[in-house]
Every structure is written in C-alpha cells, then in structure tokens.
Design a protein around this ligand. Structure first.
Ligand code: HEC
Ligand code: HEC
Ligand code: HEC
Ligand code: HEC
Length: 147
C-alpha cells in the first residue's frame, strides 16, 4: 500500500514538473549588452540596455518595443513569442552617398536594423525630451561609451 502511494505521488509530481517546463515563458535578461551579429565589427562602444528598468521603473509597455505586423497593424500581445529585432530588420545599415537608393524613413526602418533600433531607442528619448519629461540619452556618446 505504502509503496503504491509513493509511486502515485512521484507520477503526480512529474506531471506537475513537465507542465511547468512546457508552459515556462520566454525570459529576458534584466540588463542586455546590445551586440547584433549584423555588424561584424562594432565601430562604436557597445550599448547597455536596462530592459527590466524600462519596463518596470519607467513603465514602458512591452508593445512599445515588441511587435509583429499583420496587414499594417501590430497583433503582438504580452505572452506571445519575442524575436530579436534583427530577425525582421535584417540589413545592417542603409548605404549612403550619391548613388544610394532613395528610401523613405519608413522603408529604411523596415529594412535596416540600424534605423529601426535608433528610431525606437533614441526616437522615444527625443520625443520625451521635447515634452520635457524624464528621458534617456539622446546623444551618441551617452549611449555608446568610448571604446
Ligand atoms: C538611445 C541610445 C542610442 C543613441 C542615442 C545612439 N545609438 Fe547607436 N546604437 C544604439 C543601439 C542599441 C545599437 C545596436 C547595437 C547592436 O545591437 O549591435 C546602435 C548601433 C549603432 C551602430 C552600429 C554598430 C557599430 O557600433 O558599428 C553605429 C555605427 C551607431 N549606433 C552609431 C551611432 C551614432 C553616430 C549616434 C549619434 C548620432 C548614435 N549611434 C546614437 C543605441 C544608440
Ligand atoms: C523599451 C523597449 C522594450 C520594452 C518596454 C520591453 N522590451 Fe523586451 N526587449 C527589447 C529589446 C531591445 C530586446 C533585445 C532584442 C534584440 O536583441 O534584438 C528585448 C528582448 C526581449 C526578450 C528576449 C528575446 C530574445 O530572443 O533574446 C524577451 C522575452 C522580451 N524582450 C520580452 C519583453 C516583455 C514580455 C516585455 C514587457 C513586460 C518587454 N520585453 C518590454 C526592448 C523592450
Ligand atoms: C516579426 C518581425 C519584427 C520584429 C521581431 C521586429 N520588427 Fe520592427 N517592424 C517590423 C515591420 C514589418 C515593420 C513595419 C511596419 C509598418 O511600417 O507598417 C516594423 C516597424 C518598426 C518600427 C517603426 C514603426 C514603429 O512601430 O515605431 C520601429 C521603430 C521598429 N520596427 C523597431 C523594432 C525594434 C527595436 C525591434 C526589436 C525590439 C523590432 N522592431 C522587432 C517587423 C518586426
Ligand atoms: C518608449 C520610450 C523608450 C524607449 C523605446 C527606450 N527608452 Fe531608454 N529610457 C526611457 C526613459 C523614460 C528613461 C529614463 C527615465 C528616468 O530616468 O526616469 C530611459 C533611460 C535610458 C537610459 C539611462 C538609464 C538607464 O536605465 O540605463 C539608457 C542608457 C537608455 N534609456 C537606453 C535605451 C536603449 C538602448 C533603448 C532601445 C533598445 C531604449 N532606451 C528605449 C524611455 C525609452
């Protein structure tokens, strides 16, 4: 009798454990060093991004930074999978110069990670600065430490 009870509880425990593993949500590090592989070498110092602080202390919603567009509208909601920005913004940086193709800001952002990330990070900081609200860095060297 005792033995069968033990077997039963072990079986029950494994079910609970398996369930926890299967439903475990995707984790984000509290602080991230941004280092996309789209740049074989980084010209600038690596940027430290306080992911948790942005969400918890500065009260910025996940969907201000994470999205998945369907027919021009973001359908991403909290709990959905998060992919790295460069999975979709797949090119490093728009070419410059006289013979570079003329792209709109929107086209640049969609294609180039460099444009997408600066528009998101520096764009928000600049907007908040204009509104005279607490904000983050807006100059190159405040985000990119000296190398
Ligand atoms: C709000 C923070 C922020 C500001 C301000 C900012 N950057 Fe960045 N920058 C980033 C982040 C984040 C990345 C992505 C780095 C990565 O994932 O590898 C990046 C990437 C880059 C890269 C490509 C990677 C490299 O090091 O070669 C360059 C070049 C760059 N930034 C230059 C600039 C310049 C020039 C300015 C000022 C006009 C500037 N950044 C302002 C955050 C910032
Ligand atoms: C201010 C912008 C911002 C906010 C707010 C934000 N995130 Fe992020 N998150 C990022 C950036 C940037 C990355 C790094 C992506 C990359 O490396 O390409 C990231 C990475 C992640 C990752 C890891 C993805 C991976 O594959 O490494 C997860 C999971 C995540 N975020 C979930 C969330 C959730 C859930 C929330 C809200 C509770 C949230 N984020 C709020 C910007 C933000
Ligand atoms: C699943 C694909 C996908 C991922 C992952 C993704 N993006 Fe985007 N993003 C898009 C598409 C597509 C658009 C263009 C939407 C449009 O213009 O209608 C876009 C638009 C943008 C825009 C301009 C519109 C807006 O929402 O402000 C910014 C800025 C941007 N992305 C930054 C980021 C950053 C930063 C990350 C990582 C934290 C990221 N994206 C991850 C697909 C993605
Ligand atoms: C939607 C708005 C928003 C976006 C997007 C955003 N930030 Fe910020 N950031 C803030 C605010 C607000 C503060 C500071 C508020 C305060 O000090 O009370 C801040 C502060 C910072 C600081 C200085 C304090 C700290 O926590 O390190 C850095 C560095 C920074 N942000 C980097 C980034 C980078 C890199 C990204 C993009 C990956 C980003 N931010 C995206 C709003 C934003």
């Amino acid at each position: 009798m005792k033995k069968s009870m033990l077997v039963l509880s072990v079986a029950a425990l494994s079910v609970v454990f398996l369930f926890a593993v299967v439903t475990a949500t995707q984790q984000a590090a509290d602080t991230m060093t941004m280092e996309s592989k789209l740049f074989p070498t980084h010209k600038k110092g690596l940027v430290t991004f306080t992911h948790k602080k942005h969400n918890v202390d500065y009260k910025i919603a996940c969907a201000d930074c994470h999205h998945v567009y369907t027919d021009g509208k973001s359908t991403w909601k909290e709990g959905d999978e998060v992919q790295k920005c460069d999975v979709c913004h797949t090119e490093a940086k728009a070419p410059t110069g006289a013979d570079a193709p003329k792209l709109s800001k929107k086209e640049k952002i969609q294609k180039y990670y460099y444009s997408a990330i600066h528009s998101n990070c520096a764009g928000c900081h600049k907007d908040l600065k204009k509104e005279a609200k607490p904000t983050g860095p807006t100059t190159c060297k405040e985000c990119h430490p000296a190398k």
